[in-house]
Design a protein around this ligand. Structure first.
Ligand SMILES: C[S@@+](CC[C@H](N)C(=O)[O-])C[C@H]1O[C@@H](n2cnc3c(N)ncnc32)[C@H](O)[C@@H]1O
Length: 266
């Protein structure tokens, strides 16, 4: 399949996001340094908590971050994702690596009852898949319920600048063991919606997966945090420990479920 094969959806059948993509996701994402991301996340947990023994990861995908974080364990670790196909790949990887991480399907806007944890994680654009701010408010409530008092929520957000500054940065084509793919994306500055179209060639057939994300401004998430039951600890620019401002492309947030009588805000 090449970029000259015509409009991305012509002659293809639609598949739900992260169904067919799951089996080749790790190859499509092989540019992502999950070890470095795990180092950064663990540094944030140490900086703001110090004794994390239990972790719930939301939107864990194929479990790459979860497995990389085990270098810092042991943790009681559960990874969850809304896509059963992604969870299946994560389970297979954990079995193959003989790493005792539990992976189960769950929509992070409607989590099942789980034992409370020291830290909840949601990384690499999971939040951007939530298209309505009211649903982010629901997510924050779900996370509050999932945390122990004093527990942390670490998540990232991609901002409109990330989409605007890299107009072609998300387009590519390639081949995995499961499919060949063509990825094209477009960003609409009016709606802040970033749409990525994966055209997947599987066994001679062509499928399309359309992924829609919403790029949020720092101020939008600040507002939602301020109106949530969680307490703001920090918002960092990129993978640094510098405070994020309106020029950030990716922001890592640290929120806390406050302890009675303690203030987490910095
Ligand atoms: C870009 S992928 C990132 C996956 C993983 N965190 C990583 O770093 O590779 C976004 C993930 O969020 C998941 N996701 C999106 N909306 C979700 C929801 N409402 N509940 C649970 N998972 C969701 C998708 O299924 C997908 O696996």
């Amino acid at each position: 399949m090449t970029r000259d094969d015509g409009p991305p959806t012509a002659g293809s059948r639609n598949a739900a996001p992260y169904t067919l993509l799951a089996e080749g996701y790790d190859t499509v994402m092989e540019h992502v340094d999950y070890e470095a991301w795990a180092d950064y996340v663990y540094a944030l947990l140490m900086e703001h908590h110090g004794a994390v023994r239990s972790i719930l990861e939301l939107g864990c995908g194929t479990g790459s971050l979860a497995l990389a974080l085990q270098a810092y364990g042991p943790f009681a670790y559960r990874g969850t994702d809304g896509s059963e196909a992604m969870v299946k790949v994560a389970q297979r990887k954990a079995r193959a690596a003989k790493i005792p991480v539990t992976f189960t399907p769950a929509d992070f806007r409607d989590l099942p009852p789980l034992p409370p944890v020291d830290a909840v994680l949601l990384l690499y654009d999971g939040l951007n898949y939530v298209l309505e701010p009211s649903e982010i408010a629901t997510l924050f409530e779900q996370v509050y319920r999932a945390l122990k008092p004093g527990g942390l929520f670490v998540f990232d957000q991609s901002t409109p600048l990330n989409s605007l500054n890299h107009p072609d940065g998300f387009d590519d084509a390639g081949r995995t063991e499961a499919f060949e793919y063509l990825r094209t994306s477009r960003y609409d500055p009016a709606t802040h919606l970033h749409t990525t179209l994966f055209r997947l060639g599987v066994d001679g057939q062509t499928f399309s997966e359309t992924h829609v994300q919403r790029a949020y401004e720092l101020a939008e998430i600040e507002y939602l945090v301020a109106h949530s039951p969680l307490v703001r600890v920090a918002a960092y620019d990129g993978f640094s420990l510098d405070p994020a401002d309106a020029s950030a492309e990716r922001i890592h947030w640290v929120l806390q479920k406050g302890q009675a009588g303690a203030s987490a805000e910095k």
